[in-house]
Design a protein around this ligand. Sequence first.
Ligand code: SAM
Length: 164
Amino acid sequence: MEKLRPDAPHLKTAIRDKYEAFASWYDWLEALPEWLGLKRLRRRLLQRAHGEVLEVAVGTGKNLPYYPIDCRITAVDYSPGMLRIAEQRAARLGRSVAFRVMDAEKLPLPVDRFDTVVSTLSTCTIPEPVAALREMTRVAKPTGRILLHRGARGWEPPRPQLSE
Ligand SMILES: C[S@@+](CC[C@H](N)C(=O)[O-])C[C@H]1O[C@@H](n2cnc3c(N)ncnc32)[C@H](O)[C@@H]1O
């Protein structure tokens, strides 16, 4: 088993705090990449979702408009502030989504639960992306599908400087 990064717990809290501060600006700051093609990519990716869906690190819910209407969605994120914006978006769209604050690296969810697990622009942000990917695999049904879009490093908010 590989070792965790020694700064991982601090980093996780610092990243969550960053997104808490940043939540109400996120959609504005991301508007250009969305317009330049990310929106199209989300639409293409999400049309492959079906059944019971888990979205990991949902952020402000930018994928929500693109899910097929019969998907039953659970959406998790580590930042309550980002989830609040996602909740507002779901309400505007008239979509019923179960939102939960959860750490992607340790999902308190049963094995083989979801037909589709989705995560976009998250593995470049989560401190231990391999742990998160393992969790996504664990909660997906053996016949399920995992839909990922990684994004580029440059889209991540600046990492806080950690001192110790
Ligand atoms: C760049 S945003 C992407 C949001 C959304 N998936 C999208 O495509 O716009 C990264 C998201 O990952 C979340 N995140 C970071 N670390 C996390 C963790 N350990 N567990 C769950 N979510 C996490 C952040 O709170 C933030 O909402």
